[in-house]
Design a protein around this ligand. Structure first.
Ligand SMILES: C=C(O[C@H]1C=CC=C(C(=O)O)[C@@H]1O)C(=O)O
Length: 374
């Protein structure tokens, strides 16, 4: 059965290789024929297509970073295996149950609330600045190396609607996560994006949970935060597509969060434009950066005390014909030996409440903390 094949791919994961477990498809890639590391989006897409054509490899896989001056890390793999969806999925590998790690936070809770308050002041003082996404990072140090192969199956199993991924980074570390958000998918001429923005944590009991969902749908702040993202995705895709259809917003749930979600679909005018080129054009959407992009980037550089690296970039794959799937690198961590750096951000609007935004990042961090049993 295809589900069994997909499960076998998930459970055969080895550090250094690539895995993307999407709702209807599982993609695994191992080995490195070559790496494309470019900053310019046109050059990146062109080089990846050329290498795919030259080598005959079925797909390129990898990650785009957050910062525009950091090169992407795209790998032409030696071997690719693909299967359908894995869900419903019960892992047969024993989960990794680490002993409690040492934890440190950058910034700490008070520091994050101060950064949100500063962003709110900037947003209120400047009519052009509409939204800034501020992130924080939690560093966990375990007493043994992180067991990626025993962590991934559980992460995939508990996120059936999400995109569970692991991808190698240029410094030898791994980016691992379970993203709820599809940046861009291209299949032939058909293009789909599914921006999420505007969130509330899931409630503990069913009535609290339903109340949070209703509150999110009725929240003017969250609807405005969401609209900014949809507007930007439509604006970027419009020149490439005919017949853009926008459906939403509706609610989607992850195990830890409620999100506002809009589905945007279109038909490509020119099929020479690859999924990678489109993903690079969309990136960074206001779901991870803010709007306008340059001003939001400047605010992030001033208010976030760490380099995002590949967090809030994109992870995915692309064929020589240009088809592919790219998801936002969120609900993720960078893993190296005994260390995991988790990241979570929240969209800050002029009426954001620092306490609520901190709680939102705590809930987002739980995607990985729960998979670790913490
Ligand atoms: C930036 C993150 O989430 C984004 C995606 C969905 C909802 C978001 C929000 O409501 O703030 C964020 O824009 C993250 O999880 O680190």
């Amino acid at each position: 059965m295809d589900g069994d094949r997909a499960a076998a791919l998930v459970e055969a994961f080895e550090p250094g290789s690539f895995l993307l477990v999407a709702p209807g498809a599982t993609t695994a890639a191992t080995g490195t024929r070559s790496v494309v590391a470019e900053t310019d989006p046109d050059e990146l897409a062109a080089q990846v297509t050329k290498q795919l054509v030259d080598t005959g490899a079925p797909i390129a896989v990898g990650a785009l970073p957050f910062a525009p001056d950091t090169p992407a890390h795209l790998v032409i793999p030696r071997s690719v295996q693909r299967a359908g969806g894995v869900h419903p999925y019960r892992p047969s590998v024993e989960p990794w149950v680490p002993r409690r790690p040492e934890a440190s936070h950058l910034p700490d809770g008070a520091g994050y609330r101060r950064a949100v308050a500063a962003a709110v002041s900037a947003l209120r003082a400047d009519d052009d600045l509409r939204k800034v996404v501020l992130a924080r990072s939690t560093r966990l140090v375990f007493d043994e190396p992180v067991q990626l192969a025993r962590l991934l199956p559980g992460l995939a199993a508990t996120n059936p609607l999400g995109y569970t991924f692991a991808t190698p980074l240029p410094d030898g570390s791994t980016l691992l996560g379970a993203s709820p958000e599809l940046l861009l998918e291209r299949s032939g001429a058909r293009v789909t994006s599914n921006p999420l923005a505007g969130s509330l944590p899931r409630g503990g009991d069913p009535s609290h949970d339903r109340a949070n969902a209703a509150e999110l749908l009725g929240s003017a702040k969250n609807q405005a935060e969401h609209a900014v993202v949809v507007e930007s995705v439509v604006e970027v895709l419009r020149p490439f597509c005919r017949d853009l259809a926008v459906t939403g917003p509706s609610l989607v749930a992850t195990p830890t969060m409620w999100h506002l979600s809009t589905r945007i679909t279109g038909e490509l005018l020119d099929q020479d434009v690859s999924s990678l080129r489109l993903a690079a054009a969309l990136h960074p959407t206001p779901a991870v950066c803010g709007t306008p992009t340059q001003a939001a980037r400047a605010a992030i550089a001033e208010l976030e005390p760490f380099d995002r690296g590949f967090y809030s970039g994109a992870v995915g794959w692309c064929t020589a014909d240009g088809d592919g799937q790219w998801v936002l690198a969120i609900r993720c961590a960078q893993v190296r030996e005994r260390e995991m750096r988790l990241f979570a951000g929240a969209g800050i609007m002029p009426d954001s409440d620092p306490v609520a935004e901190l709680a939102e990042t705590e809930a987002k961090l739980r995607t990985l903390l729960q998979a670790l049993g913490l």
